[in-house]
Design a protein around this ligand. Structure first.
Ligand code: ATP
Ligand code: MG
Length: 441
């Protein structure tokens, strides 16, 4: 529970964490040093100085009390005081302090009063309300004596200077450290951005920079990206090469079959040839699924989805756009997204009878859902259905012709190319399959 609380409180970004690691020790050192300084040095020095002056006052007091005559005592007190740089009057004047007075932030003042009171049991009220003067009343055999002197004689002068200096250099150092830190973190952030974009199927220019570790991670990323790109390219070349080269003999075969006339065998064979052609088209569509040719463009998904649904209706499918929720733009490749949604609608109307499409534009993703009233797919077989060339056999609508088994694989591929996924589930509303195409924003 405590660790969960910590996780919530601590900053999540690298920048914040690094700043915390940097600032926390500085702040703690400053606090510790300040407290030690105020406690030990500042108070200690004040106490020592107060004791010294107490000795001088004790001298005056002894001299005064050995005098039998109050008038004589008064003049002795005054002249001794002058010699020791104090204002002494015996008896005390009208303006003598009547109560202890100290400004609340005057911490050393407390020590001054305590030390004087320790030294003189007959000490009266001490007035420190003027930060530059110490004034107090001391009881003697000849009545109350008033003493005043510069505050500088009992307290270290300008003690806050060290604190101010410390705070100032602390802030300055933190600022400098921040600037350096930012430069160190920038390459990491750039690498993260490049990796994130590549995950969403975008390629942003990236050059490794920064500390050795970041640089080597960046180089590793570039190698990886190059290899993946090369593999996609090779797969595309291979499959489109095969499809293309097969098409020529197939066309010849078709031509030969049409020469044979209306023979029953020939009709069956030409249907097979048609199937093969369809297969090749599906191959090509699969290959194009990654669609590295088309750049993602920021666009509003609403008209795109509306258009797809409209086109599907025109080609005779029972499809409606059920709901649109949210608004905003997303980086989409219109062609591939259209292909992916059309595959899902095709499945819905092939294995069920009608389809409902909904679109949700969320904070970080858009979700295109296609639901149908068909038999659905068992939970256990959903993964399998998304693999290329998989056809599930259960009571499917076979009279609409068998598929190739690439539709879902292509849609899933396109979703991944947009930094998203394809999810299959149960449609609560229609009872069939619910296919969700999630694309990153
Ligand atoms: N809406 C659906 N309802 C029920 N089963 C489905 C649905 N969509 C797909 N399936 C099952 O998943 C299998 C794989 O679907 P997929 O779209 O990948 O291939 P296909 O439809 O058979 O062929 P094609 O490549 O022409 O789309 C299908 O053969 C079918 O058995
Ligand atoms: Mg299909």
């Amino acid at each position: 529970m405590i660790s969960a609380w910590f996780k919530n409180v601590l900053p999540r970004g690298l920048y914040g964490r690094a700043a915390l690691i940097l600032i926390l020790p500085i702040v703690i050192i400053q606090l510790v040093v300040s407290i030690a300084f105020i406690q030990r040095l500042f108070e200690g020095v004040t106490r020592q100085m107060s004791r010294n002056i107490a000795q001088e006052i004790a001298l005056i007091l002894t001299e005064v009390e050995t005098q039998p005559d109050p008038a004589k005592a008064g003049s002795i007190a005054e002249s001794l005081g002058a010699a020791l740089a104090m204002n002494v009057s015996l008896p005390a004047t009208q303006g003598a302090p009547v109560a202890d007075a100290r400004i609340f932030y005057d911490l050393s003042g407390r020590v001054v009063i305590a030390t004087l009171r320790d030294a003189f049991p007959t000490l009266g009220p001490v007035d420190l309300s003027n930060l530059r003067r110490v004034r107090f009343v001391l009881g003697t055999d000849h009545g109350p004596m008033e003493i005043g002197f510069d505050r500088g004689r009992v307290s270290a002068s300008n003690p806050h200077q060290l604190l101010v200096l410390m705070l100032f250099t602390g802030l300055l150092m933190t600022l400098i450290a921040f600037l350096f830190l930012r430069n160190q973190l920038r390459p990491i952030r750039r690498l993260a951005r490049a990796a994130e974009a590549f995950g969403k199927g975008r390629i942003v220019p990236y050059k490794p920079a920064g500390a050795i570790e970041v640089r080597s991670a960046g180089n590793a990323f570039l190698d990886m990206r190059a290899r993946i790109e090369r593999q996609i390219e090779q797969r595309t070349l291979l499959l489109s090469g095969i499809s293309h080269d097969l098409r020529t003999p197939l066309t010849r075969l078709k031509l030969g079959l049409s020469m044979l006339g209306e023979d029953a065998d020939a009709v069956a064979m030409s249907r097979d040839v048609d199937d093969m052609e369809k297969l090749l088209d599906a191959f090509l569509a699969f290959v194009r699924g990654d669609a590295t040719e088309e750049e993602a463009e920021m666009q509003d998904p609403v008209p795109l989805v509306q258009g797809i649904v409209e086109d599907a209706r025109r080609s005779g499918k029972d499809v409606v756009l059920h709901a649109v929720e949210g608004a905003g733009e997303a980086p989409l490749r219109a062609g591939p997204v259209r292909r992916a949604v059309e595959n899902l609608i095709g499945n819905a109307t092939r294995y069920g009878t009608r389809a409902e499409v909904s679109l949700a534009i969320l904070d970080r993703a858009i979700r295109i859902t296609v639901e149908d009233d068909g038999p659905g797919i068992d939970q256990a077989r959903r993964e399998e259905a998304m693999r290329p060339f998989t056809r599930l056999d259960t009571a499917r609508n076979q009279d609409r012709g068998p598929g190739v088994g690439l539709g879902l694989a292509i849609s899933a591929d396109i979703a991944r190319g947009h930094g998203g996924t394809l999810r299959l589930g149960d449609s609560a509303r229609l009872g069939g399959l619910k296919a969700e195409l999630v694309l990153a924003r």
